[in-house]
Design a protein around this ligand. Structure first.
Ligand code: AMP
Length: 548
């Protein structure tokens, strides 16, 4: 027998119309490229998003089309976030920090029909235009007529100014109702080796994730808070914060492109932000600025950190010097992204000093609505004793089942679990702690670097027999690539010439910081390179350096 309750699709347009109706003037504040500030409320976001749908329709965009964005956190980007899924199309956020080859691959793989591009990424779109012209018909620059740049596109591609298109559009659109399982957003992750893979969110997954992320033991988002996501909107929907704010009526402060310590401290204070979210590298930069300038953060009460493990210094320094609580979460692009959050249970509330900090380094408890387990090499579940460590698996309604373009459920095991590639313990209270990573990648300042891609280039050097790239801990970037090479018999390897080989082939920030020439590399019984041995040996290699 079915229940007799009303059934209403969980749609992204629903949280936007609710925000417009119930939190019309809750602030949405954007720091623009020229340093000025743009302010409006949720009622304006909703109206302009409807206008944007009309503009999209006038360009021939229809339901299911992929709408790419190459943009920082700002109000025009936010409008694309809501307009695209609201009309049944898909907002595809693209990471502009990637190499143009990867960008062109992602845009053509997603078959983006239209691209919305920040004025600061004009050179990027010019660099890939020829390679994406088969799918991209229109390019819209997110700016006004006065600052509209000249952009060299490929023949057949049309160029538009965002504000001009919007000014010409009516706001008479009515948000349609459709299946809540319809795709809403697409985000590629480089978290695995090889080419980036697309994670395709649905309206339902996005809303369920937003509800869970707002809970008191997670972001505790609510009206009256002002939340500043430093995490970019091209990183898993800025961890869902643009949706969480609309859902609760919290104010949203979007920082634009300047994410250095001084710019952030200024914005946090000027706009009286109460909660801010981002990766540890950002917080280390902010901390350094606060220490050297003597500035105090006047309104921030909590800093949420995730994307990489939290250094204890962050927790201690912000607590002791700024009276701010640092909260630790873990997630993945495939998890929408929040999976766990470290909020104390009754047993942890009394922890003091070093014990409290030690506990806060754990990645936390699984959010209500999804589940996790750790397994050994044979897939057998391991105990939650805080000691046994194994592969971390997750499942639930905001976790990917397959990557975009791949067969249904192909990212899951037979019981429907998704393997995260992280290795973890879980303690008796359910706090998960990551101890290692089985996926062979490096995370530098919150961004992935593929070790395999770097190794493939190194072994193309005429003097190199074998190469291994490992993630070595780094004081500023969390991790940086360290390249180890074995010379061919009778050859000597000049490290500078190996590094030179990378020029033009990878994004500059992927370049290994150092090349170590070694006699041999460790191999297992099957001949496989033993990265764990190398990591154990060289993990701390950069920790003595000042960090460039
Ligand atoms: P991404 O898909 O780019 O968000 O990366 C997800 C991966 O980042 C996870 O599988 C972890 O390897 C890593 N990660 C995310 N949050 C944390 C954290 N709090 N501590 C350690 N690693 C993390």
């Amino acid at each position: 027998m079915l229940g007799l309750m009303q059934s209403q699709s969980l749609l992204i347009s629903g949280i936007l119309t609710r925000a417009a109706r119930h939190h019309a003037t809750a602030p949405v504040i954007s720091r623009l490229h020229d340093g000025t500030t743009h302010r409006y409320g949720w009622v304006d976001v909703e109206r302009r998003s409807r206008q944007l749908v009309r503009a999209l329709q006038s360009l021939g965009v229809t339901a299911s089309d992929r709408i790419g964005t190459l943009a920082w956190n700002g109000y025009r980007h936010l409008e694309v976030y809501y307009a695209a899924p609201g009309m049944g199309a898909i907002c595809h956020t693209i990471n502009p920090r990637l190499h143009p080859d990867d960008l062109a691959y992602i845009v053509t793989h997603a078959a983006d029909r239209i691209l919305f591009v920040d004025i600061s990424f004009v050179a990027l779109i010019e660099a890939i235009a020829e390679r994406v012209k088969e799918c991209v018909r229109d390019v819209v620059i997110l700016t006004d007529a006065a600052t509209m740049p000249a952009v060299k596109l490929a023949p057949g591609m049309r160029l538009h100014c965002y504000d001009t298109r919007l000014a010409d559009a009516d706001a008479d659109y009515a948000w349609p109702d459709f299946d809540e399982n319809t795709a809403s957003a697409l985000c590629y992750t480089s978290g695995t080796t090889g080419r980036p893979k697309g994670v395709l969110y649905s309206h339902r997954s996005t809303l369920l994730h937003a509800y869970a992320a707002c809970m008191p033991d997670v972001l505790c988002a609510r009206a009256g808070e002002r939340i500043l996501p430093v995490v970019p909107m091209f990183h898993v929907n800025a961890w869902g914060i643009p949706y969480a704010c609309a859902l609760t009526g919290a104010g949203l402060v979007l920082p634009g492109r300047h994410l250095d310590g001084a710019s952030l401290a200024g914005l946090l204070n000027e706009e009286q932000v109460t909660l801010t979210c981002g990766v540890p590298t950002i917080w280390m930069g902010l901390l350094q600025h606060l220490r050297t300038s003597g500035q105090t953060l006047t309104s921030v009460r909590r800093i949420m950190t995730g994307g990489s493990a939290t250094p204890p210094l962050l927790i201690e320094a912000f607590r002791d010097e700024q009276n701010i609580r640092v909260e630790h979460g873990w997630g993945m692009t495939e998890l929408s992204p929040v999976g766990t959050y470290n909020a104390p249970k009754e047993t942890q509330m009394g922890l003091q000093g070093a014990a409290a900090v030690r506990h806060m380094l754990k990645q936390g408890r699984i959010l209500p609505g999804i589940d996790m387990k750790i397994v050994d090499g044979d897939g057998k579940e391991l105990p939650w004793d805080g000691v046994a460590f194994g592969d971390l698996l997750v499942r639930g309604p905001w976790i990917a089942s397959a990557y975009y373009g791949e067969p249904p459920n192909s990212a899951l095991d037979a019981e429907g679990w998704f393997a995260t590639g992280d290795v973890a313990t879980i303690d008796p209270d359910g706090f998960m702690e990551i101890t290692d990573r089985s996926k062979d990648v490096i995370k530098s300042g919150g961004e992935w670097i593929s070790s395999i891609a770097l190794e493939n280039i190194a072994v193309s050097h005429p003097d190199v027999l074998e190469a291994a790239v490992i993630a070595a801990r780094h004081p500023k970037w969390d991790e940086r690539p360290l390249l180890l090479v074995v010379p061919r018999p009778g050859h000597t390897v000049d490290p500078a010439s190996v590094l030179k080989l990378y020029e033009g082939q990878i994004a500059k920030w992927w370049l290994p910081d150092e090349v170590l020439v070694v006699d041999s590399l460790p191999h297992g019984a099957t001949g496989k390179l033993q990265k764990t041995t190398l990591r154990a040996q060289f993990k701390e290699y950069y920790m003595g350096s000042a960090g460039s």
